[in-house]
Structures are given as structure tokens and as C-alpha cells.
Ligand binder design. Structure first.
Ligand code: GAL
Length: 938
């Protein structure tokens, strides 16, 4: 008990103290990313055979092995989250093609946690944003969660299991990534963030503020705020809930309070509708975000506060004209994306997500379908800030209670985001054209509507929507994957049903390749090749763009991803569907879509590169992509012809190759408005490093892609360079991986070297925690001048985090207690293995207030491997009374005085389990026992 609490226990001061304590009780959201221990592979425990072991195994807090409290993890690897172990391993031709030939398997994580005694009484929640794929979590030997999806968060109230003060808490996570939920690379392990959220006993439930704006008449809006409160305290709480809304400039625009009573271990829901007149609307161009701050006060003292952002915008899917945002028609220029990136797998730092979304914005994308699962929360925050609309998709199609919880979790977490405009309940389900599918969707749609009725529900159907009874009858907007020939048939049959392409294209292209070489699994970039069920980029978009009733499209995919190397298999390990490669480097498809999607700025681009040594005089197919009216092509200043721009097909020329400069000029109204050129380069002479941003934040999280390329003597990027580059990263950061966009590369993504593929590679550096020093990267390759770049690091306060907890790491916690006696007991007396009742059970502090003079305590422990040399100590933090300590039947040491005191004894060398017996002799009339932690330490 802290002095503060001792003081408070004096009745006269109680009221005052409760207030003073409550004042300190505001929410702390602490990062739990640091300091995990990791073991690749399962940790299999020997079978439990004995009666005593079986009995013990069935008890709360008694999980065995790596799930348990005192497991020896001293040789586990220490790492920080996010972590994806699958990307660390080698490729294996026998592994699953869909998962990119990366063995996944099973892994374990453990983390120790120390909780301040002053925090006793607070509410502690453990949050895992996602773990791939099936996760089981234990806290102090209690199984606390079994989460059967790699795409949703677990929120776990760990308050009841916690130990305070010096005693350590153990978190153990078993991640089973043998389980699969997809047919793409899913990664493995704790690949999103983890948090420890500390709150007052009466607090706002996680995802417990529902603040989704609604349009009223004219320019009046409201937010019918609903706040869910929990109370883990020992008394009912009468609280005031206050909601304040701030405009984008930070000015308060609305406030409302309401009183609520939250019963003991109960939940209350409070309605606080607020009216907001004439808000600044959120749009793709102006992402006005309003801050909604919710506070909970008790007796005037703040207990909890939660801030979230939302935006005012209206959405409408019109059956004839498509999608409207704030009443303005917007054709959805969308992409589907998975969640892995070069070098890091699915453990993508938030700042690399910012980079990915920025690349999409530059491409002209205005809509994203996170296929086929909800993204990380931080990604949706970026979406809101950067201006995209989103189809938020549920992973598992199943209306049974466990799976419905996954869907509901997504809606509750994401419904305040203005960017989210569609909820998708599934992707391509074989039952989509059946009554079963219809009944399942009907239920799932109703579950969504119960939580948010402001957005339409969709499902991505790859057919079946023309049958008599099918899923399309249970959704608000019909999503069609690929069904181009049926677009018009559907619209004719159901002219009143809003319709969008939910997935299209599935075209193939290898970045930087302009010749298809079947034997090498390389596919040319002229947009000639698509999956049988798909279309080329140009065809797919033309079908959408020319039909006003099709709200828009979602290209499969914005970026390449690991796995699904269709139409190839081994040695191809990643997909070639992307408009960009796995690094976010543009393929030719990027320019095709960019000129179709960006209207305001004149754009022009030429493909291919102009390095065709050996092909002099031979015809090269040249593709010009432009959003202007006319284009002219020139080779070395000589005009080759002019063409009217074809906005859907693009423009083509056959050009007899001669080295030099191939130039394209774009005209609008007869005026030159854009110009570009490709030039024949010389051989590579030097490397170049191009950081994505000018500066990194020294918070241990900020990460940045650096483009690596090779230059010729005139400083021009060499398009076919393939140098093997070696990296050295020094200073306040480190490499977290690299890639080159070659779908056939089996190079290690984490090592010190990477080959350029068609002129490019990408290195990702991340700052260290408490980083102050600049990060210096040196890239070298045989025969080339090395490149060096120094990226300044701005010192910033680290995100609040849970400190790593150190030794002592073995606590002797579970004890049997013999009936007390007036005479000294035999310390090694036998107790039958089936006798669970003659002796009692306990955990320190164990203090007998009355009874006999002698108390015998028995436990066992296994010292960690690194103490087998005799360097360990057996430490009793406090024993009240005289004591004898017996280890494996031998007297190890004694405590002579009655007064409470510590006892520190050397632990004899050796391995394996030890039996510990302690006799405590009470001072007559006084309490006695083991009243402090018993630990094995060095
Ligand atoms: C679709 C599916 C996607 C991806 C794509 C490849 O049928 O929804 O996940 O597999 O095909 O073309």
C-alpha cells in the first residue's frame, strides 16, 4: 500500500483523497511496441500425466510452458513491434504460392510488464491492433483472448489479473500463422501496434464514442453523439459526460453535457446530440476535420477523455448517375490494395503508409478498397487527412456470433471516419447467388445498420447478381468484380439499384519490362495482358468511365503484393497486378491511369525507356500517355508525327530506334502545355540515393523509403541498371528492409545487399528510439562511385510507452501451505499427489495471523538456464518470523530473528526443477509467514 493510499484509508480524509486521486486519473494510452521476446516455432509442452499436475493445470493462472508465468525465455530474440516474421524467412518452393512461397508457421511472443502500486484501482486494457493469424493471449498464466482473425483488434481488460509493485506481469502470445484467411501474402505475427491503456475505473469504453455526423435541413447538421461508459470500480459512479466539438481551426463550435450513472462492473450509454450549423465540409480536396472531445467527470474531476476526428460530408449512390460527395458527382477512381510493402512485409510503419497513400494521391486515386480486410486504424486517419473515400471491408463472411463480432468491431472502430463511404461485407463468395448467401448478407447488413445507418452496405460479387434470389437483393450498392459484359444487363434489369465496380482490371505488367519473356516470367508494360476474368487497364476503365450509372472502379491493384503471382508460379513470388510495384515505383500502368484520372494539370509520358543498344534501325513500339488534346513525337529533334490524344486507348508510334532523345510535346488549344523525353543513357558510373523526405523524426517509428538508382556520367538515371548494391546505415537509425520490385527475386529482404531491378531499388530506414543523430546511408556497388546521404533527425518526444521490465524474472508464486502446528514440522514430509485439500494454497504475501507456532510452505521452481552455473540467488523479500529454507531436501539457509526481514541465499549450480520447503516460526502472539516476493535472480 502506498503512503498516499495509507493516508487515504483514514476515514476522516477519505472524501478529500478520493478527489485528489481522481484528478490524476486520466487516460494514458501507452505504446506496447517495445521490448518483446520472440521465438519462431511452437513451444510444445511435455504431456501432463500426474494428478497434481493435472489439477494444477486446470486452475486459473496456471498455464504451462511458454504461456505461463515463469517460462525460461532467456534465449528468445528481443524485438520491437510491428513485426512480421514471414518476411524474414527464406522463400520455399514447397510453401504456399498464394502466400508468396513464404513459410509462415507458428511463433510466440512474451513481454514483461511492471505496474506501479499507485495504479491499483485503475482499469488496464491490453490492445492488439492485429496479429496474424490465430492468436491466443495469456496474462499471468490466464488465457485472456482467443482471436481468430488476423485483421481485427483484441481489446482485453487485464485489470483482474494484474500484480502491482515489484511483481512482474507476463504477457504471452501464441500466433498461429498456419491458419489462413486469404489467398494473398498475410504475413505472420504481431504486425500492427500493441497498446496498454490505463484509465480510471469509470471510463469511456474502447471505440465507445459514436460520433457520425448527419445532415439536417439546409446547412444544419448534427452529431448524435453516443458515449458508452464502463465502470470497473467498486462503487456506482455518478458522472457528467461532456462532449465538445472543435472546428478545423480549433474553435469550439458545440458543447453538451449529460449526467449518467454507471453501475458497478456495468455499462451505460449516454446520448449527447449536438447541432452544428454550416460546418466546413470534408471533401477530397479540403479535408476539414472536426475534433470531438469527450470527457467524463466525477465530482467535477476529470476521469477520462477521448478525442477523435470526424468530418461533415454527404454521400449518395445514385442508381443512374453514380456517386455524389456533398452533392457533387465524383467518379470513383479507385484501387484495391493489400497491406504489404517491400522489405517489411505486413509490418508497415505508419509513415510508410503515408508514403503509399501519397503515391496513390499523385496517381489521381480518389477511392481505396482495403481488400479484403479492415486496415490499421492509423491508415484510416491518413485517409481522412489526405482525402480519399474508402470501401471498408470485412474479412470473414459469417454471421455467427464470433464472426459477427469482427464485423461489428470494424464498424464501431471506423464509423467516425468521413473517408469511409461503403461497408463491404464480403468479397466473392460462392454462395452469393443463393438463398444462403442472401440470408447471411441480410443478417450482416442488419448488424452494420444497427451500428451505422449513414453508409450503404455493399458486397463484392463476381457474378450471380442476375439470378432470381441473390446477395445483391440484400445490399444497398451492388459491387461487381470483373463482370464487364453484365454491367448493362444488370442496370437494365435493376435500373433503381446503385452499382459500382468493386474490383476490375487484373492486368499484368512487370515494372520496367517492355518485352514479355515467358521463360523468365517477365511481362511487358504495354498493357496488353490481363487475367482471363479481367481486362487491361485501358479496357476496364473505359467500361467504367463511359457508363454514368457505374459509380466507379477499383483497379486490382494499386500496388503489387507478395503472393498470387498469377499468371506465373515459382520462381515468381509476388503479384504483377499492381499499378505500382511493391515499393511504390510506378509501372507504365501508373501513367495510363494518371492521364485518365488527373484532368486539371497537363500530363504527358513516354514509354519505353530509350536504351535499346543493339536494336538500331529496328522498330520500337512507343506509347504516349497524355491528358492533352494533341501530341507530337520527335526523335533527336526530328518530328515523327502528330496524333489526336485517345484518352482511353493511349497513343502509339512505331519508331525506328536510334540512340538519342525521344521527345513528346502535348498541346491544348494549339498551345504547348506539356513536354517530356526519354534519353539514351551511357553506362552507369555512380549510385544515387534519393530520400523520400528531407527529415526523419527521432521517435523510433518514423521510417522513410530511399530510392536507390544508378546514374550515367551525365547524371541520368540508367533504366536497365542491375548493380548489386550494398548498404551501410549508421547514426540514429537502421535499415528495416529493402526491395526492388522484381517479382522473381528471392533476395533476402533484410540483409545488407540488394540488386537494382530495371534501375531501381528501395531501402527503408527507420530512426532509433530517442534518435538525435542524423541517419547516414552509404550505398556501394562494384565499379560504381558510392552514394552517401545524410538525413537529419529531428529529436521528438517518444510516444508514451510501457517501460521494458527487467530481472528478476522468476517469481516463486504458487505455494502449498501445510496445516500449522505447535511443534516443528518435518520440512520434507510427504504429501500424496492426489491430495489437493489437506494442505492449503497461497501466493506471497502469505501471513498467518493466528494459529499454531510453525508454518510449512512448499513450492517448486526451475531456474533459468543461465543460472545453472551457480550464479543465481534465491531471494525472499521479506519473511516474518524465524525461518529455515530447504532446497531439494537439504537445508540451504536460516533466518534467525522474528522481525520481518529479507533472506538472500546462493542457489546451488545445476539445472532442472527444485523443491523448496520453508518453515516459519512465529513470534508468540504475532503474525508470521512469507510476506514478500520470492524470486530467483542473479
Ligand atoms: C479476384 C479476387 C482478388 C484477386 C484477384 C486476382 O477474384 O477478389 O483477391 O485474387 O481476383 O485477379
Amino acid at each position: 500500500m502506498s503512503n498516499w493510499r495509507r493516508l487515504c484509508s483514514a476515514l476522516i480524509l477519505l472524501a478529500v483523497c478520493m478527489h485528489a486521486e481522481a484528478g490524476a486519473d486520466v487516460r494514458e494510452r501507452l505504446s506496447l511496441d517495445r521490448g518483446w521476446l520472440f521465438h519462431l516455432g511452437d513451444v510444445v509442452q511435455p504431456p501432463i500425466l500426474g494428478h497434481e499436475e493435472s489439477y494444477g493445470n486446470a486452475k486459473a493462472g496456471s498455464a504451462a510452458g511458454a504461456a505461463g508465468n515463469e517460462f525460461d525465455d532467456s534465449d528468445w530474440r528481443k524485438l520491437d513491434l510491428p513485426h512480421d516474421w514471414a518476411v524474414e524467412g527464406p522463400f520455399d518452393p514447397k510453401a504456399n504460392v498464394a502466400q508468396g512461397y513464404r513459410p509462415r508457421g507458428i511463433g510466440w511472443y512474451r513481454r514483461y510488464l511492471r505496474v506501479d502500486a499507485a495504479d491499483r484501482g485503475k482499469h488496464f486494457e491490453l490492445q492488439f491492433d492485429a496479429i496474424a493469424t490465430h492468436a491466443t493471449v495469456w496474462v499471468n498464466g490466464n488465457v485472456v483472448t482467443r482471436n481468430w482473425s488476423g485483421y481485427n483488434a483484441s481489446y482485453i481488460d487485464i485489470t483482474p489479473y494484474l500484480r502491482y509493485g515489484d511483481a512482474l506481469n507476463t504477457i504471452a502470445v501464441r500466433a498461429d500463422a498456419e491458419a489462413m484467411e486469404g489467398w494473398w501474402y498475410e504475413g505472420a505475427g504481431m504486425y500492427r501496434h500493441a497498446w496498454l491503456v490505463k484509465r480510471s475505473p469509470v471510463h469511456i469504453a474502447t471505440d465507445g464514442v459514436h460520433a457520425t455526423p448527419r445532415a439536417g435541413k439546409g446547412k444544419s447538421w448534427s452529431i448524435p453523439v453516443e458515449v458508452t461508459l464502463n465502470n470497473s470500480g467498486k462503487q456506482a459512479a455518478d458522472v457528467t459526460v461532456e462532449v465538445t466539438v472543435f472546428d478545423p481551426a480549433g474553435k469550439q463550435v458545440a458543447q453538451r453535457t449529460a449526467a449518467a450513472r454507471v453501475g458497478v462492473l456495468a455499462t451505460s450509454t449516454v446520448q449527447l446530440p449536438v447541432a452544428i450549423d454550416n460546418p466546413a465540409l470534408w471533401s477530397l480536396e479540403k479535408t476539414n476535420l472536426y475534433r470531438v472531445a469527450t470527457r467524463v467527470l466525477q465530482g467535477g474531476e476529470q476521469q477520462d477523455e477521448l478525442t477523435l476526428h470526424t468530418g461533415f460530408r454527404s454521400i449518395r449512390f445514385d442508381a443512374a448517375q453514380g456517386f455524389f460527395l456533398n452533392g457533387v458527382h465524383v467518379k470513383l477512381q479507385g484501387v484495391c490494395i493489400h497491406q504489404d510493402h517491400a522489405g517489411v512485409g505486413v509490418a508497415v510503419p505508419d509513415s510508410v503508409w503515408e508514403y503509399r497513400l501519397r503515391r496513390l494521391k499523385e496517381l489521381g486515386v480518389n477511392a481505396i478498397r482495403f481488400s479484403h480486410n479492415a486496415p490499421a486504424a492509423e491508415v484510416l486517419d491518413l485517409v481522412d487527412r489526405m482525402g480519399f473515400v474508402v470501401m471498408d471491408e470485412n474479412r470473414n463472411f459469417n454471421p455467427s456470433p464470433d464472426y459477427m463480432k469482427q464485423l461489428e468491431w470494424m464498424v464501431k472502430r471506423d464509423r467516425h471516419h468521413p473517408g469511409v463511404v461503403l461497408w463491404s461485407v464480403f468479397n466473392e463468395e460462392p454462395v452469393q447467388a443463393t438463398e444462403v448467401g442472401y440470408e447471411m448478407v441480410r443478417r450482416m447488413s442488419a448488424a452494420v445498420k444497427a451500428l451505422d445507418d449513414t453508409r450503404p452496405v455493399t458486397a463484392a460479387m463476381n457474378g450471380g447478381f442476375l439470378t432470381e434470389l441473390n446477395v445483391s437483393h440484400a445490399v444497398d450498392v451492388v459491387g461487381a468484380n470483373y463482370q464487364v459484359p453484365d454491367y448493362d444487363k444488370y442496370h437494365k434489369a435493376y435500373p433503381d439499384k446503385p452499382f459500382t465496380s468493386s474490383e476490375d482490371t487484373s492486368a499484368f505488367m512487370t515494372r520496367g519490362e517492355f518485352k514479355t519473356v515467358k521463360e523468365k516470367n517477365l511481362i511487358a508494360s504495354y498493357d496488353d495482358d490481363a487475367a482471363k476474368w479481367g481486362n487491361t487497364h485501358r479496357d476496364a476503365w473505359e467500361a467504367i468511365a463511359t457508363r454514368p450509372y457505374v459509380a466507379g472502379g477499383f483497379v486490382w491493384t494499386g500496388f503489387d503484393y507478395r503472393g498470387e503471382p498469377t499468371p506465373n508460379e515459382w520462381p515468381s513470388v509476388s503479384s504483377v497486378f499492381g499499378i505500382m510495384d511493391l515499393n511504390g515505383f510506378p509501372k507504365n500502368a501508373y501513367y495510363i491511369h494518371q492521364v485518365q484520372w488527373i484532368k486539371d494539370k497537363p500530363l504527358i509520358h513516354i514509354a519505353p525507356h530509350w536504351n535499346w543498344s543493339g536494336s538500331e534501325g529496328k522498330e520500337i513500339r512507343v506509347m504516349v500517355m497524355a491528358n492533352v488534346e494533341r501530341i507530337k513525337l520527335l526523335l533527336n529533334g526530328r518530328a515523327l508525327g502528330e496524333q489526336q490524344v485517345d484518352p482511353f486507348r493511349m497513343n502509339y508510334f512505331n519508331v525506328a530506334y536510334a540512340p538519342g532523345k525521344l521527345e513528346a510535346i502535348g498541346y491544348r488549344g494549339g498551345q504547348e502545355v506539356a513536354r517530356t523525353a526519354v534519353e539514351t543513357t551511357g553506362a552507369a558510373v555512380a549510385l544515387e540515393l534519393v530520400p523520400d523526405r528531407a527529415q526523419l523524426a527521432g521517435d523510433g517509428r518514423d521510417a522513410m523509403p530511399i530510392t536507390v538508382r544508378a546514374l550515367d556520367a551525365q547524371g541520368r538515371a540508367v533504366p536497365l541498371a542491375d548493380a548489386q548494391v550494398t548498404f551501410a546505415v549508421t547514426g540514429g537509425g537502421r535499415s528495416i528492409g529493402h526491395g526492388n520490385g522484381d517479382p522473381n527475386s528471392h533476395e533476402d529482404e533484410k540483409g545488407a545487399t540488394r540488386r537494382l531491378f530495371n534501375g531501381l531499388a528501395q531501402l527503408i530506414v527507420q530512426t532509433n528510439y530517442d534518435g538525435k543523430d542524423a541517419v547516414t546511408v552509404v550505398a556501394s556497388a562494384p565499379g560504381l562511385v558510392a552514394a552517401r546521404v545524410t538525413i537529419p533527425v529531428k529529436p521528438v518526444a517518444a510516444q508514451p510507452y510501457v517501460a521494458e521490465a527487467d530481472a528478476p524474472l522468476t517469481f516463486v508464486r504458487s505455494w502449498r501451505i501445510a496445516p500449522d502446528s505447535d511443534t516443528r514440522p518435518d520440512p520434507v514430509q510427504q504429501l500424496a499427489g492426489f491430495d489437493m485439500n489437506t494442505w492449503g494454497w497461497g501466493s506471497p504475501p502469505m501471513v498467518a495471523k493466528a494459529g499454531g507456532k510453525f508454518h510449512l510452505y512448499r513450492s517448486s521452481f526451475t531456474p533459468r538456464k543461465n543460472l545453472a552455473d551457480g550464479s543465481g540467488r534465491l531471494r525472499f523479500a521479506s519473511i516474518r518470523g524465524k525461518a529455515e529454507v530447504w532446497l531439494n531436501g537439504v537445508l540451504l539457509g536460516k533466518k534467525d530473528g522474528y522481525a520481518p526481514g529479507a533472506l538472500d541465499l546462493p542457489l546451488p549450480a545445476g539445472a532442472g526443477k527444485r523443491e523448496l520447503n520453508v518453515i516459519v516460526e512465529a513470534e508468540p502472539g504475532q503474525g508470521s509467514g512469507i510476506d514478500g516476493n520470492v524470486t530467483i535472480e542473479r
